[in-house]
Write a protein that binds this ligand. Structure first.
Ligand SMILES: Nc1nc2c(c(CN[C@H]3C=C[C@H](O)[C@@H]3O)cn2[C@@H]2O[C@H](COP(=O)(O)O)[C@@H](O)[C@H]2O)c(=O)[nH]1
Length: 365
């Protein structure tokens, strides 16, 4: 039996108990999925409905087949970069440094919005539009050297980059500026001022790149305490950063990862909303009321952690159900997640949101 076929748990046991040096190096793991399963096993306010989850798996598979959903879908979005080069790597890193908390308490007319290419963009797309607009205006917004240069990259210039077409400014502006400064510093000190160096160091392992981001960049270290576990890792922006690279480069070049299927669903506020709308996620009445009434749920609150952990686990069950029925399906948690996010956004655009998403203000998602 080759080392690759050997039982990973047996290998771990041998490593721990016999310190044998000739064992193959341990493969990197993010431990996100086991944390999500722990939250699911101990959740008291959020539950999964197995019948709806099975039905969702069938619908998702059928729709993904019909729409030919693949990594190529990522670049097909109007605002996403199309070139397969370092500028796209830098663009993706910048997006996923800032990819959090776009929701507003104002109505659709008054909420933060970016005008770009004759359209009005909100939510995640407002961030992408703001970055594209800045690059069109010759502002090097995706350069880590620029983020570090406090003479050039002033608060005033960043306010200009994220200027809104309404009275409301981008949520958490100062937290976003701090993320850029911090990331610029870490890249300068440890990675030759380039995210492509991080990708090189991860040596084609998605899990290693996720762990590198969580360990070296504090603003990516999305970890919570729940019940008896101190270190439940959700790592949403670290994981979606790797997933965006993989999708943008169609699994080649800077997007080539031999363990990409270790990436889980990204615990944000849209996909849980979609899973709840599909009947897969069930909330206890007080939590369901809080969400319907759009009440703020504090970051780190047990409801929020249960929502996020159970969503990750639910998408894992959907993935397993699809592969059980279609063993050759080219489906992983990333593509299922992207599909659910895009579907939720289509419903929002069509004014068909049945149940609101939860409201937590945080830099983690
Ligand atoms: N789980 C998950 N969360 C995602 C995305 C995306 C966008 N990904 C693009 C890339 C490929 C896909 O096809 C999408 O086109 C943003 N978000 C998160 O949602 C929230 C923004 O929501 P709203 O304010 O309504 O736009 C915020 O937490 C943001 O971090 C995703 O894909 N999955």
């Amino acid at each position: 039996m080759s080392d690759d076929e050997a039982d990973p748990e047996l290998l771990d046991f041998l490593r721990q108990h016999f310190q044998k040096t000739d064992l193959p190096p341990a493969k990197p793991e993010t431990h996100v999925l086991e944390g999500a399963e722990y939250v699911y096993d101990n959740a008291t306010d959020v539950a999964l409905d197995s019948q709806s989850t099975r039905a969702a798996a069938a619908m998702i598979y059928e729709q993904m087949q019909k729409r030919e959903y693949s990594t190529k879908t990522w670049s097909s979005h109007e605002l996403h970069p199309k070139t397969k080069d370092e500028s796209t790597v830098a663009f993706i890193f910048t997006i996923d440094l800032l990819n959090f908390s776009f929701w507003s308490e104002k109505d659709d007319e008054e909420r933060f919005a970016i005008e770009y290419k004759g359209k009005r963009w909100t939510g995640y797309w407002s961030l992408v539009a703001a970055l594209q607009r800045a690059l069109d205006e010759e502002i090097p917004i995706t350069s880590s050297d620029f983020w570090q240069n406090e003479e050039e990259c002033t608060e005033e210039l960043l306010k200009h980059v994220f200027r809104s077409s309404t009275e409301e400014e981008i949520p958490m502006f100062h937290e976003r500026m701090a993320c850029l400064r911090e990331a610029g510093q870490v890249l300068y000190e440890k990675y030759e001022s380039s995210f492509t160096k991080c990708i090189e160091v991860a040596n084609r392992s998605a899990a290693a790149l996720v762990n590198l981001l969580a360990e070296d960049f504090p603003c990516f270290n999305d970890v919570v305490s729940f019940e008896n576990r101190k270190n439940v890792r959700f790592l949403k922006r670290a994981q979606i950063c790797v997933a965006d690279l993989w999708a943008a480069f169609n699994g080649e070049g800077f997007g080539e990862f031999e363990d990409i299927d270790k990436i889980t669903m990204f615990a944000d506020y849209r996909v849980p909303q979609m899973l709840n709308t599909l009947g897969c996620l069930w909330y206890n009445p007080s939590l369901a009321n809080a969400i319907r009434q759009k009440r703020i749920i504090e970051s780190g609150h047990t409801w929020e952690i249960q929502l996020r952990g159970c969503s990750i686990w639910c998408v894992e069950l959907i993935r397993r159900e699809i592969l059980r029925n279609h063993p050759d399906a080219k489906v992983n948690a990333i593509l299922i997640d992207f599909f659910l996010y895009d579907t939720m956004k289509e419903q929002e655009l069509a004014g068909q949101e049945k149940i609101p998403h939860h409201r937590t203000r945080s830099i983690w998602y």
